[in-house]
Design a protein around this ligand. Structure first.
Ligand SMILES: [Cu+2]
Length: 154
């Protein structure tokens, strides 16, 4: 009897994941590697909304940082500024939202240890419809093909 209910529980959770996967697809995710002592990092990815209704990424969680916020980097009067997106990030129907350096990102604030290339970070995305998506993201110095700004050393 117990075996049977476990089986049905497994079955129902599987079918939930299959139906969820058809609406929101997360791809090309990565987390920026950090030098020792750096307080923050960021996660980037593409989120595709395959459904015909708008979706919102409302929050993200991870154990490796003290605080996680959704941000947008913007150029303002020649200065790069970050704005907290407290309403979340909207993903229009049948479209893809790209989180990338210089734009939208998941800000990881107060990271507990330096993030080294080759490591992996567990990140959970929470969407407005209640859906949770658990990701295992590689730590990298930059996404493949990314052109990174040259920062002059002082
Ligand atoms: Cu930020």
């Amino acid at each position: 009897m117990r075996l049977l209910s476990t089986f049905f529980l497994l079955l129902s959770s599987l079918s939930f994941q299959v139906s969820a996967a058809s609406d929101l697809v997360v791809s090309e995710g990565w987390v920026r590697a950090t030098p020792p002592g750096a307080p923050n990092s960021a996660a980037y990815m593409k989120i595709s909304n395959l459904s015909s209704t708008p979706m919102v990424l409302v929050a993200a969680r991870t154990l490796i940082a003290n605080r996680v916020e959704l941000h947008q980097s913007k150029m303002e009067m020649g200065m790069m500024k970050m704005e907290h997106q407290d309403q979340g990030l909207a993903i229009a129907p049948k479209s893809t939202l790209e989180l990338k350096p210089g734009g939208y990102h998941v800000m990881l604030m107060g990271i507990k240890e330096p993030l080294k290339q080759g490591e992996q970070v567990m990140l959970i995305l929470e969407f407005g419809n209640g859906e949770l998506r658990e990701l295992l993201l590689p730590v990298a110095t930059g996404a493949p093909g990314e052109i990174r700004p040259v920062i002059p050393t002082q």
